[in-house]
Ligand binder design. Structure first.
Ligand code: COS
Length: 386
């Protein structure tokens, strides 16, 4: 079930207004203080932003993918740190439960995730398992009707604030000697779970990651996501498919904002006796950025609509993530160039965006992993058609 078209338009306008009036004015302060003010987090809860993609029967807005990407376009017009506050509750931290959770798990966690009462986090990456996610080593040893978790997860977004982790660990299997990947829902307060220090990053100040360490951390067997061991890797891949589309949409929003700021600057900045927008080399940079952002937007919308029709969009999602994240990198680079010296200075905020967008080509699947996915699926499709 999705929401009424008029209600959705109101929601979209409300998000755009919130971004414009409340978040954009705070960007520099958040970058300086490295924190999103508590009152802003509360406003996000009041506006229902934590539950946009959680189904309505569990207290969320139940946006479909096409609606979700439109909201992400709007959110991209401000610093990524703001989206990050509620990003994991809508995305990778909660979608495992939405997709594969038991009814009991959905009823227990989703309503509180939707209101922002609790925060969720996605714990897949490890020191030795980044792109090669399937080689993860965190173990879950069965002991009667409990599992004992041991291992370390790395660079986990929102871990410092998380109340619950969707954790991926290896369980024993009679069929596979190396074990299978199983997803668990682990509460942050469980004894044996501890956090590392907050990572210092290149950008996205105000959004935080850290290690999550499991040392003989015991959880009940009922913590297995969906109640079935061995399904974890598929859950992770499905969650990432969806997450990659969301990130692609966010990249489009960031690019639109950078283009808007660059155009405004070029129209008022004078050199050689005229606004620099009069120079064709400046125009070319803006035109390239505009065309590329538009291409990414069309790809994202088309793929989101296909996903809503339940089509297999793994390849197209990888195309979107690869193209949109690379695109916003080029747009940010041109934005610095158009702003010249001002683009390099902190007070204009363009250098901040340049650093912020660098992450999009890395997390939730690097450009190279997406290239491999696309090519691999092309070969599979060709073989199937032969
Ligand atoms: N949806 C559902 N199931 C999927 C899937 C998807 N999109 N992709 C793969 N699977 C299933 C496969 O069908 C396969 O199932 P069977 O074992 O039943 O055949 C299983 O998962 C293993 O798939 P595959 O053989 O493709 O796994 P690989 O180890 O070769 O790795 C990549 C696949 C490299 C694509 C994967 O490890 C990956 O996405 N890595 C990047 C991880 C990442 O994004 N990390 C960022 C951290 S989160 S911020």
């Amino acid at each position: 079930m999705t929401i009424d078209a008029d209600v959705f338009q109101q929601l979209l306008q409300m998000v755009s207004r919130f971004v414009r009036e409340r978040l954009i004015p705070l960007e520099a302060e958040v970058a300086r203080s490295d924190r999103v003010p508590e009152e802003i987090k509360q406003e996000m809860r009041d506006l229902g932003l934590f539950g946009l993609s959680i189904p309505a029967e569990y207290g969320g807005s139940g946006l479909n993918m096409e609606e979700e990407v439109q909201v992400a376009f709007a959110l991209g017009h401000t610093s990524p740190a703001f989206r990050s506050v509620f990003g994991t509750n809508n995305g990778i931290g909660a979608q495992g439960i939405v997709m594969d959770g038991t009814e009991e798990q959905k009823n227990y966690y989703l309503p509180r995730l939707a209101t922002g009462e609790i925060i969720s986090s996605f714990a897949l990456t490890e020191p030795e398992a980044g792109s090669d996610a399937a080689s993860l080593r965190t173990s879950a040893r069965k002991d009667d009707d409990t599992y004992v978790l041991n291992g370390t997860k790395r660079f986990i977004t929102n871990a410092p604030y998380a109340d619950i982790f969707t954790l991926f660990a290896r369980t024993e299997s009679s069929e596979r000697p190396g074990g299978v990947v199983t997803a668990f829902l682990v509460e942050a307060k469980t004894p044996g779970l501890s956090l590392g220090k907050i990572d210092k990053k290149m950008g996205q100040a105000g959004s935080h990651t850290c290690d999550v360490i499991f040392d003989e951390c015991r959880v009940p067997a009922s913590a297995v996501l969906g109640g079935k061991p061995g399904q974890g890797f598929k859950t992770a891949m499905k969650v990432l498919d969806r997450g990659r589309l969301h990130i692609s949409a966010f990249c489009v929003g960031v690019a639109e904002r950078l283009i808007q700021d660059s155009l405004a600057y070029a129209m008022q900045r004078k050199q050689f006796g005229q606004p620099i927008i009069e120079f064709q080399l400046i125009q070319a940079m803006l035109a390239d950025s505009r065309a590329e952002a538009y291409a990414a937007k069309c790809m994202v919308l088309e793929t989101a609509r296909a996903k809503d029709r339940d089509a297999n969009v793994s390849t197209d999602t990888a195309c979107c993530k690869m193209f949109a994240s690379e695109m916003v990198g080029r747009v940010a680079d041109r934005a610095v160039q158009i702003h010249g010296g001002a683009g390099y200075m902190e007070e204009y905020g363009i250098e901040r965006a340049y650093r912020d967008v660098r992450l999009f080509r890395i997390y939730e699947g690097t450009t190279q992993i997406n290239q491999i996915l696309i090519a691999r699926n092309m070969v599979k499709e060709a073989a199937a058609a032969a």
